[in-house]
Design a protein around this ligand. Structure first.
Ligand SMILES: Nc1ncnc2c1ncn2[C@@H]1O[C@H](COP(=O)(O)OP(=O)(O)OP(=O)(O)O)[C@@H](O)[C@H]1O
Length: 245
């Protein structure tokens, strides 16, 4: 795949695949293109060239030929339905309470009844340890709690793919553990495919099967977490890991 912003190429000749159920962590210095990849998969950005395929379905071109066509809005929403994304800045709907944040999309996109969606939301709130805050508004919650709601909201859509974009970077250090704990539980107890951008290397080690090191829009090294963190081969990876760990 290729991605340019204006004249600047941010992803070059990038080619990788992720197996169903696999959890892959993307690491690399700021500006190396990690967030852009997640945003492309989520169809929040448009590719400048190449393809992204999800389960044999191309995101960007007409299957009958090689002519590049934009997805129609309905097709975009079909793609997004299958993918959940959790952002650094929580992005909860500020005018809705916790329960409404979680039930909104299942009702309007999946077509669940209000009652079905509420039941599902309560069980997800149990899972993230926030059932007692169902009526709270986002502003009444700590950052860690807001992020746990954001995770519950993403899971409420039963995503096949979960994209996690530096989900603990905006949190006070003492709140990081509660969010990572929830994600570790999700990783251990579901078969959701995950693409994870994080600077939390222990978390990457605990949950992912593969780590890809990015630099300048390319993958410069790829290995199992054990291999990557104990025996990085590329000098750039060694320097990067020394700086973040
Ligand atoms: N909307 C945009 N318009 C122009 N340039 C952009 C845009 N989004 C990202 N970029 C540029 O693309 C490059 C890759 O950015 P990206 O956010 O994907 O990197 P990253 O590896 O996720 O970095 P970080 O860890 O800081 O989030 C950067 O040089 C960035 O400035």
């Amino acid at each position: 795949m290729l991605k340019k912003f204006g004249r600047t190429t941010v992803l070059k000749d990038l080619n990788f695949s992720v197996d169903r159920g696999e959890r892959v962590t993307l690491i690399g210095p700021s500006g190396s293109g990690k967030t852009t990849i997640l945003r492309l998969v989520m169809t929040l950005e448009r590719l400048s060239g190449g393809y992204i395929w999800i389960d044999g379905e191309p995101l960007t071109h007409d299957r009958r030929g090689d002519k590049r066509v934009e997805l129609k809005p309905r097709e975009v929403s079909q793609v997004r339905k299958r993918i959940g994304m959790v952002f650094q800045q929580f992005n909860l709907f500020p005018n809705m309470n916790v329960l409404q944040n979680i039930t909104e999309a299942p009702v309007h996109v999946l077509g669940l009844t209000e009652e079905e969606a509420r039941e599902k939301a309560h069980s997800l709130l149990d899972r993230v340890g926030l059932r007692h805050r169902a009526d709270a508004h986002p502003t009444e919650l700590s950052g860690g709690q807001q992020q746990r709601v954001a995770i519950a909201r993403a899971l409420a859509m039963d995503p096949e793919i979960l994209l996690l974009d530096e989900v603990t970077s905006a949190l006070d250090p003492e709140l990081v553990g509660e969010v990572l704990g929830v994600l570790e539980d999700v990783a251990a107890n579901t078969d959701i495919t995950m693409l994870i951008v994080t600077h939390e290397m222990q978390f990457a080690r605990d949950v992912s099967q593969r780590v890809m090191m990015f630099d300048g829009g390319r993958i410069i090294e790829e290995a199992s977490p054990d291999e990557m963190f104990t025996n990085p081969r590329h000098e750039r990876t060694q320097k990067f890991l020394e700086a973040v760990v």
